[in-house]
Design a protein around this ligand. Structure first.
Ligand code: NI
Length: 398
């Protein structure tokens, strides 16, 4: 039997896992039932597994019969604070929480991958470490996995993850060398002026006008300080000052996000932003305090690992199902923390079909992912593990 026939044979089981996770979504660091389901299924497969050290998350280890590298496969498990709007028979039963980023599919892909690799254990070279991670959505899940030793015992040589992508058709896999997603950093600027009567601005220092200048100035970082081919986004998403129309307030506060893809540009932009805020405020007689928080680094795919994934997908799924992702996303992903330490890659699994619902953006509560993506994801993951570990690809061809 070929790998695709084996996956087809277990299709209902894998889709069923996804639907159960989808029906009971859980927020970051609260993935208790999801972790339970994952560990029960791993027990059923007779794959050694243990908690991640957190209340949620799990790690499993499968040793191949032959020597080879250690490959870490990561799936995120958390859902979003959103009310699902799909009318699916297995729609969320947890009020105000839903899987609109496809992490339910990622978890099902990794469980399906574990199931198949268990079958292939006698032919498998090396060791596979399955990382079921909590809290990808901004709550430090990757960091806590790494702090709890996810990259050690045994030490990972390579690491892989996948993510749903509603801009590619279901059944395809998307790859890209280098930056796949951006870095996501945030800042807060507090402008301190001097409050007073709105009719006598010369007796105070108006922080609202200073803040307005700073907001305009920092956009020139993108247009004038960074190369046009090097993508940067600076957005001020929150701005507050004052209470009523006839008082000049004492301070204005703005908060924003910075997205970059180049690690050096990331540092430069943080410095330009501080200089511009402090300098502009000084020039206008005010003061600016800048708090800058480095969040997720850019997700950088290792070129060699992308070559291996591309070869594996071409051999097993066919060249027409391998797509090149033309531009990286300015979104971000905490898998980047693993990639800072271990060479690896995140590939996309296409999820759209002929329905408009499948083409909504990620994080839209009405999005419906085509479940073919789960099966393609499993085929992509298993074949990539075979290729990277030097296992015999003919085994997958039946
Ligand atoms: Ni996501």
């Amino acid at each position: 039997m070929t790998i695709l026939e084996r996956i087809e044979e277990k299709k209902e089981e894998f889709v069923g896992l996804r639907r159960r996770i989808h029906e009971y979504p859980e927020l970051s660091m609260q993935e208790i039932e999801t972790t339970k389901l994952v560990r029960e299924y791993l027990d059923h497969l007779r794959i050694e597994n243990y908690p991640n050290g957190n209340q949620t998350g799990a790690v499993a280890i499968l040793k191949g019969a032959k020597p080879g590298p250690v490959i870490g496969l990561r799936a995120d498990m958390d859902a979003l604070k959103l009310t699902e709007n799909t009318n699916l028979p297995f729609a969320s039963k947890n009020a105000g929480v839903c899987h609109a980023c496809g992490h339910d599919l990622h978890t099902a892909v990794l469980l399906g991958t574990a199931c198949l690799l268990k079958d292939y254990q006698p032919e498998l070279c090396g060791t596979v470490k399955f990382l079921f991670q909590p809290a990808e959505e901004g709550y430090g899940g990757a960091k806590s996995m790494i702090a709890n030793g996810a990259l050690e015992n045994p030490c990972l040589n390579y690491t892989l993850a996948c993510h749903t992508w509603p801009e590619m058709p279901a059944g395809t896999i998307g790859v890209r060398k280098g930056a796949m997603l951006g870095a996501s950093d945030s800042f807060k600027i507090t402008v301190k002026g001097k409050g007073g009567h709105a009719a006598h601005p010369h007796k105070g220092i108006d922080p609202v006008v200073v803040a307005a200048h700073i907001i305009t100035e920092i956009q020139t970082i993108v247009s004038r300080r960074v190369a046009p081919v090097d993508p940067v986004v600076i957005t001020v998403g929150h701005l507050t000052a004052g209470t009523v129309s006839n008082i000049i307030p004492g301070e204005a506060v703005m908060e924003g996000t910075v997205r970059t893809q180049n690690p050096e540009t990331r540092i430069q932009v943080s410095e330009y932003l501080k200089q511009l805020a402090v300098g502009t405020a000084y020039a206008m007689g005010a003061e600016a305090e800048v708090e800058y928080d480095f969040g997720y680094p850019p997700t950088m795919n290792d070129p060699k690992v992308i070559d291996w994934i591309s070869e594996a997908v071409t051999e097993i799924l066919g060249p027409e199902r391998l797509l090149q992702v033309p531009v990286s996303s300015m979104g971000s992903e905490d898998f980047s923390f693993y990639l800072e330490k271990v060479p690896g890659a995140l590939f996309r699994i296409g999820t759209y079909d002929e329905t408009p619902e499948s083409k909504w953006a990620l994080h839209n509560p009405a999005i419906i992912f085509n479940e073919q993506a789960i099966l393609t994801g499993i085929a992509g993951m298993v074949s990539s593990v075979f290729k990277i570990s030097g296992s015999d690809m003919n085994v997958l061809k039946g």
